[in-house]
Ligand binder design. Structure first.
Ligand code: GLN
Length: 445
């Protein structure tokens, strides 16, 4: 019934929302029927879920939002999929995204642009726009997204749902199609903080197949949920409520702070002085890593192969016709930044800035439990509003990107509306302190 209900809802809403790129209806219903014959033995048993289309799913088309992978059917499952399948989650389909997770609005999907369920003239955010929209539209109770510079938190904020980017290394990246390997993390998008904690509990943990996965015990996230927050110390970076942040967004964040104070927390203004360099450093580092990671898409090993006069011509045609503009822009930027003679001036410098940003977070979190601010400076913008202006689009991620560079965990929780569109509250904690995020977010919610 749950799975049927999920497909029913998708059919009613998805010709407007475009959250899904591929549905797996026949297999999902067959699995659900099979589960009906068994005794439910865990919380996830028979729960329908949607998966971002850059997480590989065995025998189920995985496009990464790209024409280049239009026909790609992976031969194995990502580790997170194995973890969900173990509990008999029913995967209903694969979710829309900006091509190779590069974007902040879903407009870089080479399929239809997903829409914001609160107002379909507006973007759902990106790159995990489909993942956030599907939860907001009530199509599935939870989805997985990926976050390299904000791609879980920003769409969660725009769509009024809960999205968590775990600490770098907490969730296995095995089977996540790599964009920028030193920044990418998979995380849950849900309606409630409690659901989010349950999903993270299930997908987190060490994985030998991902050498960057942390060999550390997974904390008990759900037991953190109902703890008292009296005495909690909150840091509010002045850079997070400064210029460029909409008045409506600021007002909601101030109300959230007042509510947390009522619950016994205290707050102080702090500074993250190197945050202003984060967007510049990120676009250098992320594009450099992307230029290396995307070299594998040559039309031979994966995806759509174009005819060519010789091998080089085949590569050229497959890549030129297969990749969209934004992906090409990043590959060119990254290849340039890594080329000999420029490495020290750009890549190495950006790495140094990354260290400074991480130290800013360490410094503040030595004396505070969480950092609080908006997830995004604005609410969801209109489809087409920024699509011809990559720089403005890049600046949308100014409050989420520093967290990826530092590696810390962060959550976006809904905190009211501004002009009829959802606002997201961002909480950032020390590495591996997801428990603190869930505790505070749940108390606030
Ligand atoms: N919007 C950012 C970018 O385009 C972040 C994307 C992401 O987190 N995958 O790179």
């Amino acid at each position: 019934e749950l799975t049927e209900q999920s497909f029913k809802r998708i059919k009613e809403t998805d010709d407007k929302i475009h959250a899904f790129l591929t549905l797996d209806e026949e297999r999902a219903l067959a699995k659900a029927r099979e589960l009906d014959e068994q005794e439910a033995d865990n919380l996830f048993f028979g729960i329908p879920a949607g998966i971002k289309d850059n997480i590989v799913t065995k025998g189920l088309r995985t496009t990464c939002g790209s024409q280049l992978l239009d026909n790609f059917e992976p031969v194995h499952d990502a580790t997170v999929m194995n973890r969900l399948n173990e509990k008999n989650v029913v995967t209903v389909g694969k979710l829309n995204m900006d091509e190779f997770a590069m974007g902040s609005s879903n407009e870089n999907s080479s399929y239809a642009t997903a829409r914001n369920p609160w107002n379909t003239d507006h973007v759902p955010g990106g790159s995990s726009g489909g993942s956030a929209a599907a939860v907001a539209a009530g199509q599935v109770p939870f989805t997985l997204g990926s976050d390299t510079g904000g791609s879980i938190r920003q769409p969660a904020s725009f769509c009024g749902v809960v999205g968590l980017k775990p600490t770098y290394g907490r969730v296995s990246r095995f089977g996540l199609v790599a964009f920028a390997s030193s920044l990418d993390q998979i995380g849950p998008i849900t309606r409630t903080v409690e659901d989010n904690a349950y999903v993270l509990q299930q997908i987190a943990g060490h994985d030998q197949l991902d050498s960057t996965s942390a060999n550390m015990e997974v904390a008990d996230y759900t037991s953190a949920l109902n703890q008292d927050i009296a005495g909690l110390r909150i840091a509010v970076p002045k850079e997070y409520l400064g210029e460029g942040v909409d008045e409506g967004v600021k007002a909601r964040i101030q109300e959230a702070l007042a509510k947390l104070e009522e619950l016994g927390a205290t707050w102080e203004e702090v500074s993250l002085p190197n945050s202003k360099y984060a967007v510049a450093a990120y676009y250098l580092l992320a594009s450099s890593e992307a230029s290396a990671n995307l070299a594998r898409f040559d039309g031979v090993r994966y995806g759509v192969r174009k005819e060519g006069e010789d091998l080089l011509d085949l590569y050229k045609k497959s890549r030129s016709e297969g990749f969209g503009d934004e992906v090409k822009r990043r590959i060119m930027l990254g290849t340039f930044a890594l080329s000999s003679g420029y490495y020290d001036a750009y890549y190495k410098k950006a790495q140094k800035v990354r260290t400074l940003i991480r130290e800013d977070f360490e410094h503040v979190l030595n004396s505070f439990d969480v950092i609080l601010g908006p997830t995004v400076p604005t609410t969801a913008f209109k489809v087409g509003e920024n699509s011809n202006d990559p720089l403005t689009m890049y600046l949308k991620d100014i409050l989420t990107i520093p967290v990826n560079l530092a590696g810390n965990p962060a959550i976006s929780v809904p905190c009211g509306f501004s002009d009829g569109l959802p606002v997201g509250l961002q909480l950032i904690a020390k590495p591996f302190e997801e428990r603190t995020l869930y505790k505070v977010a749940h108390a606030y919610e």
